[in-house]
Design a protein around this ligand. Structure first.
Ligand code: DHB
Length: 376
């Protein structure tokens, strides 16, 4: 996305990517695009397939106490969200960059960054053919994820890290089946959390709260279907249509923030600087908001030589990052079963769910965060 935005502003960039194109395009991640992400994709010429294949949703269901409770985002905020897989966005972005002559150096290895505290940083790596390369540039964007090399390349003591690890994970599946409901269902039950999301009218994405060390081999398809149905228990329980499970995986849950997000001419964006637990699907939306701000800073720099907007990058994006951190932590806390939860904690959790689904103020607060704050 950053490379695409820079190209539109007439600024050259090179993407050094560790993985293959097939890997990037096939890696399954979350699938909810905030209102502002949808607008940005459309405004920058990337929205065509999304508008055709994506599913526009006007709200979500919260399920607890054996009943569905609807949150009508369209009515509460005037905005809707788009259900469209993150890897579909990645496919559209790669296609757009390659069509516009962009350079994506897939399957680069042994990457290291240097001299980013000077005006001429560089990146060393081996290209796909194994040849050693050195790229000299004006700026490095560290968009290399939580396990990437950029954040650990910064001298010790510069950054402050904020961290929370959750005592559970999500077992996620993709299945060829019709949807259980017209919108997403977030379900809080005594057996743990479940999320019923979608990818298309014929492909569904479902998740079950599980142990962080869950062994996927202990989850044959029948057990998954049984547990998903059990986490829809209660009055007028929707009946799941089963189908062929085409993908299974376990996702760890963690909150993490790095401050600041800049060191010299290295700017961190997305998961390299911050991660959220998946509840609420903020990860990619946050990464996109980061690079919109970074691209704006670079545009200013190349227009009039001023570093002012770039120097304000961290402070500007961290404001939004912390709001999404709070929201993702809050949704996670409200919806999951915690092993050390006592009966008081459980009652408070149910009271909170009742509050956000019965009070307009409560519902509006959730809805405003879910559809996303403006990307200005
Ligand atoms: C999806 C993932 C989420 O974390 C979420 O809150 C909603 C949807 C998804 O993968 O579809």
């Amino acid at each position: 996305m950053l490379s695409h935005l820079l190209h539109r502003a007439g600024i050259e960039s090179v993407i050094v990517e560790a993985r293959s194109r097939e890997y990037c395009e096939g890696r399954i991640r979350a699938g909810v695009l905030e209102h502002g992400t949808v607008d940005l994709l459309n405004a920058t010429g990337l929205g065509e397939r999304m508008m055709r294949e994506g599913l526009v949703h006007g709200g979500i269901y919260m399920r607890f106490g054996g009943k569905n409770h609807h949150l009508d985002f369209a009515e509460l905020t005037g905005k809707r969200i788009m259900v469209y897989g993150q890897h579909e966005v990645v496919k559209d972005l790669i296609a757009a960059r390659l069509k516009d002559g962009g350079q994506i150096l897939f399957e680069s290895s042994d990457v290291s960054i240097e001299r980013f505290d000077t005006a001429q940083p560089s990146i060393r790596f081996r290209d796909a053919a194994g040849n050693a390369q050195r790229l000299t540039c004006d700026f490095i964007a560290g968009c290399d994820g939580f396990h990437g090399i950029c954040r650990p390349s910064i001298p010790e003591g510069v950054f402050t890290f904020y961290d929370r690890i959750y005592p559970f994970a999500w077992l996620g599946i993709l299945a060829d089946a019709p949807p259980v409901c017209e919108e997403l269902i977030y379900s809080n039950t005594e057996r743990g959390f479940a999320l019923f999301s979608q990818r298309s009218p014929t492909v569904q994405r479902y998740y079950l709260q599980c142990r962080p060390d869950e062994d996927i081999n202990e989850w044959p398809d029948e057990r998954i279907w049984h547990e998903l149905q059990a986490r829809l228990e209660g009055e007028d329980a929707p009946q799941l249509a089963e189908g062929v499970i085409t993908q299974k995986g376990v996702t760890a849950m963690r909150s993490f923030v790095t401050e600041p997000m800049q060191y010299g001419r290295l700017f961190l964006a997305g998961d390299s600087a911050h991660i959220v637990p998946p509840t609420g699907a903020k990860g990619m939306n946050l990464a996109i908001a980061d690079v919109v701000a970074f691209a704006r800073g670079l545009e200013r720099y190349y227009r009039d030589g001023s570093m002012t907007t770039l120097d304000g990058y961290s402070e500007y994006v961290l404001n939004r990052v912390w709001k999404a951190e709070r929201f993702s932590w809050w949704m996670t806390s409200m919806l999951h079963r915690f092993d050390d939860q006592n009966p008081f904690d459980r009652k408070v959790q149910l009271a909170e769910l009742d509050y956000i689904t019965s009070s307009r103020a409560g519902a509006q607060s959730l809805a405003e965060n879910y559809v996303g704050f403006p990307m200005t």
